[in-house]
Design a protein around this ligand. Structure first.
Ligand SMILES: Cc1cc2nc3c(=O)[nH]c(=O)nc-3n(C[C@H](O)[C@H](O)[C@H](O)COP(=O)(O)OP(=O)(O)OC[C@H]3O[C@@H](n4cnc5c(N)ncnc54)[C@H](O)[C@@H]3O)c2cc1C
Length: 385
């Protein structure tokens, strides 16, 4: 395992167990087949039930609601190990945990928590997070999707675009503008809503093993009791995204590990000019720079997990970690692809698949540019967004 600075020495027994258990499961059950499904543009079969079985839904949610009540470092390690196989695994676990269960646990009523969290933890229900709209991506605060109150119900109009699990979800955590213009979170339960539709975006070149699409509301009627009453503006959606971005930062370390380990192995086996290519200085330069960048990203993740577990991580720190680690993984994957020469583009190896997924990771949950401007705003006090 790639751990040049022995970061594992900071992990407790439980964290070591989580990492090794998930790593073994991924290596034995997922990695041998995952590339094939990606090529076919299909999700890994029965992924939701398998993730629920290994505890990947709600790891940080208290046990009384069906979660495992574990810490953020454990959650980060779970994200890392899942994304080593394929981004689609980390995405499904993270949408469910960081974006849907976290939102309901933090902003839901006791009744909503009891009703939804145990079923989301067990995989009986699958969630989606609906924030982005066709006309409002980076600028989600200006969203159009809205609802009005009619008796005991709300009537929702608008659409959400690029939504993970769109067609498969049982519940969608929708962010929509209420009667006074305030953005609220709403639990869209497919068994309770009328006039609601989904579309799947079929022609993706990235995230091919994840379902992505639209949520469409056309005079859709839902009981008012589905509103997360404690939500009070789009900032609450960003609170959930902080946990999602934390997951991306760790997941990218997993991607980079997989690419680096593949390139290192290949450099020892591939013979050119009578010697392994790993004997060449230019190949060693690539490998040395890869491990250096991975190590720096691991240290960022580790310290961020300490801040998260103390409850003192701020959104700008999370932003920086997400941006840095996506960029790091893109660099490592690109260098690794070159070490493999022509074989670098072959589906026999995972690198090209990771590279294609990284093209989404650099954009979603806040683009590379927006995260840079968040850092800029934080250090100068001046908003350039
Ligand atoms: C595969 C996939 C899955 C996704 N899953 C989900 C999901 O489950 N739920 C969800 O709600 N959303 C999801 N998204 C949406 C994602 O978060 C958005 O794509 C992202 O926030 C960017 O929005 P946009 O695509 O509209 O780009 P835009 O906001 O239109 O940006 C286009 C370009 O302009 C730049 N730009 C915009 N504003 C500024 C500025 N002020 N200064 C400088 N540059 C700027 C951006 O950085 C970018 O380079 C997903 C997206 C993808 C591709």
């Amino acid at each position: 395992m790639t751990d040049y600075f022995n970061i594992k020495s900071y992990f407790n027994d439980e964290q070591i167990l989580i990492q090794s258990t998930i790593r073994d499961w991924v290596d034995q059950r997922i990695k041998p087949e995952v590339g094939k499904y990606y090529q076919e543009g299909k999700p890994f079969p029965n992924l939701a039930s398998q993730l629920a079985e290994i505890g990947a839904f709600g790891l940080i949610i208290p046990e009384e609601y069906g979660g495992l009540g574990m810490d953020y470092l454990s959650y980060g390690l779970l994200m890392q190990e899942l994304e080593r196989a394929d981004t689609s695994l980390r995405v499904m676990s993270s949408i469910q945990t960081s974006l849907v269960m976290y939102a309901i646990h933090r902003y839901g009523s006791e009744e909503q928590k009891q009703r939804y969290l145990p079923k989301l933890a067990s995989g009986e229900l699958l969630g989606a997070f609906g924030l982005t709209e066709p006309d409002f991506g980076s600028n989600t605060a200006a969203m159009h999707c809205h609802y009005k109150e009619e008796g005991d119900n709300i009537v929702i109009n608008g659409s959400k675009m690029w939504i993970g699990n769109s067609s498969e979800c049982d519940v969608a955590l929708l962010w929509a503008r209420g009667p006074e213009g305030k953005v609220k979170g709403v639990i869209v339960d497919k068994t309770l809503i009328t006039n609601f539709g989904t579309h799947v975006f079929k022609d993706k070149m990235s995230f091919k093993s994840s379902i992505t699409g639209e949520l469409v509301f056309d005079e859709s009627v839902l009981p008012q009791t589905q509103i997360l009453e404690k939500t009070n503006g789009v900032k609450n959606a960003y609170d959930c995204l902080n946990v999602g971005r934390y997951a991306v930062a760790w997941g990218c370390v997993g991607i980079a590990m997989d690419c680096y380990e593949t390139a290192l192995q290949y450099s020892k086996e591939r013979i050119q000019f009578g010697k392994p290519i790993g004997t060449k200085q230019l190949v060693q330069k690539k490998l040395a720079e890869m491990i250096t960048e991975i190590t720096k990203a691991q240290l960022v993740c580790y310290q961020l997990s300490v801040l998260m577990d103390k409850g003192i991580a701020n959104y700008a720190q999370i932003s920086m970690a997400k941006r840095n680690n996506v960029s790091m993984a893109r660099f490592v994957a690109s260098e690794a692809r070159q070490v493999l020469g022509g074989m670098g583009i072959s589906a026999e190896y995972p690198i090209m698949r990771h590279l294609m997924n990284l093209e989404t990771l650099i954009t979603y949950q806040g683009t590379h540019e927006i995260h840079l401007l968040i850092t800029g705003r934080d250090i100068t006090g001046l908003d350039a967004i």
